[in-house]
Design a protein around this ligand. Structure first.
Ligand code: TYD
Ligand code: MG
Length: 478
């Protein structure tokens, strides 16, 4: 039996201490350590109830080529969701769905439940946060009240597992949310890491033995961690996060970990009055409302998994009144921005040391590809010089520290998407995919300096030269 006494557990990463401290040594979080009563040690979980035996029980070992009775995957009926899971929920698997409160997790899962229930599968939706009436109200609003989803408001996992074990095992069970669940085998209060871990363990065991696909909803803390469930992340088969900001209508479902599928696919949804609508052509959505005439905007031909995605990168470079100029980034890696700025200074002949730099990926999208370097550089140079970039041009390519423009993967797919959306030209690295398929002109770059010169030759806007700094040394075309 595990020893029961007071322990101090970090609510962010699950590290256990024997006395309180202000800062967790494991994850460096401040004020995350809370006193808990319960089993100690990193393996603390359900208390062992079986009497210990001197010898183990013999179990059957099986070959890899056993019979699989049912289809291993159950499509959800929502294409954008299936794209992220890799073609549907795997039977017996557990998915953790994280996201900010109010982003639409419950809405998405209610729609998925209803769609799956309509195919004749048994679907159970357990809400630990809302009363049955509230969940019904939402279903009604979504026009889904006729779907045969089984509904309950419950928080005790033993009761939930016992109930789900009655009758035909459900194809899908949704637990909304894991932070509200509690198990009798652990003494800590609900919501603590120990409880979350204990409850998740019980539910995961149920999924594996019954073949039910279980989705655990997890809340996200201010700093983007799935609170508490960070300790659950390694126990589950897949982790997906639902992102977007309240100011924008669209939402992105992203796989963070997936034992049964890709991790670089995204699903794009739009929040409407009637719930979440799938967005099959996200590029058109992200480019909507683009201001062609403004300097400082460049279209990046990106990839999200197997799907090309065009997005607008916006930059604003303005003289700074601060000793330490501001660099603010939304939707991209700030370290990468610093690197691109340094390369532009060192190899592009541009001085940005006395300028504030703001960078924004339009539409609230977050991109992580290094291939965005070139589009970012183009937007920055355009904003600084006041020269508008040609509106029908897309940019992609990675920039090395030497200023070299390096090839990136899947150039043909990027070009094809650009062509489909009416673009005429691509500025890209030399090498693979270059030449396109005829209809699109490509400008292959070897070095960042070539692009800087190219943008400058578009001619800066009249009166664009700014006070208080040396104008960048572009070729003078006035
Ligand atoms: P919800 O699914 O409850 O979020 P979560 O479970 O992630 O906390 O979504 C709540 C938000 O979604 C709320 O702000 C209202 C909005 N919403 C719509 O815009 N349209 C709809 O049809 C529904 C059901 C919700
Ligand atoms: Mg919810």
């Amino acid at each position: 039996m595990a020893k029961i006494h007071q322990t101090f557990v970090c609510q962010s990463c699950g590290a256990v201490y024997n006395r309180w401290r202000g800062r967790c040594e494991a994850c460096n979080g401040w004020n995350t350590i809370v006193e808990e009563t319960g089993a100690t040690g990193p393996q603390a979980g359900p208390v062992k109830t079986r009497p210990s035996r001197a010898r183990g029980r013999v179990f059957a070992l099986e070959g890899l080529t056993g019979e699989v009775k049912e289809a291993p995957r159950i499509p959800s009926g929502i294409n954008e969701l299936d794209r992220v899971t890799g073609g549907g929920f795997v039977r017996g698997s557990v998915i953790l769905l994280g996201g900010d409160p109010g982003i639409g997790k419950s809405t998405l899962l209610m729609q998925a439940s209803a769609a799956m229930a309509r195919t004749g599968e048994r679907v159970v939706y357990i809400s630990g946060e809302e009363a049955v009436a509230q969940v019904r109200l939402r279903a009604e609003r979504l026009g889904l009240s006729s779907a045969e989803v089984e509904l309950a408001a419950e928080t005790n996992v033993e009761d939930i597992v016992e109930t789900l074990s009655q009758g035909r095992p459900p194809a899908l069970a949704i637990i909304d949310s894991i932070q509200t669940m509690w198990t009798e085998t652990v003494e800590s209060a609900p919501g603590t890491v120990t409880q979350v871990r204990g409850s998740a363990q019980t539910l995961i065991r149920f999924a594996k033995t019954s073949g039910t696909a279980v989705i655990l909803v997890g809340h996200v803390t201010k700093d983007g961690q799935i609170a508490g469930p960070r300790v659950v992340e390694h126990m589950v088969d897949a982790v997906a996060s639902f992102e977007g900001d309240q100011g924008h209508h669209f939402r992105i479902l992203r796989a963070v970990k997936n034992r049964f599928g890709p991790t670089d696919e995204i699903g794009v949804f739009e929040m409407t009055d009637m719930g979440l609508a799938e967005v099959p052509n996200p590029s058109a959505l992200f480019l909507a409302g683009r201001d062609h005439a403004a300097p400082g905007t460049a279209v990046f031909a990106g990839m999200e998994g197997t799907r090309p995605l065009l997005v607008e990168i916006q930059a604003l470079v303005a003289p700074s009144s601060l000793g330490m100029p501001r660099r603010a980034v939304v939707g991209w890696d700030p370290n990468r921005l610093s690197m691109v700025l340094a390369v532009l200074e060192a190899h592009g002949g541009i001085r940005l040391g006395t300028h504030d730099v703001y960078l924004n990926v339009a539409g609230g999208l977050r991109i992580s590809e290094p291939a965005a370097d070139l589009a970012v550089a183009a937007a920055l140079v355009s904003s600084l010089s006041g020269a508008t970039l040609p509106p029908e041009t897309v940019y992609f390519g990675e920039i090395g520290l030497s200023g070299a423009v390096r090839p990136v993967a899947q150039a043909p797919a990027r070009l094809k998407e650009a062509l489909k959306l009416g673009f005429a030209k691509a500025v890209m690295p030399q090498g693979r995919g270059e030449g396109g398929d005829g209809a699109l002109t490509t400008e292959a770059l070897r070095h960042i300096a070539d692009m800087v010169a190219g943008i400058a030759s578009n001619g800066p806007r009249r009166g664009a030269s700014r006070r208080g700094h040396n104008p960048p040394d572009y070729g003078d075309d006035d």
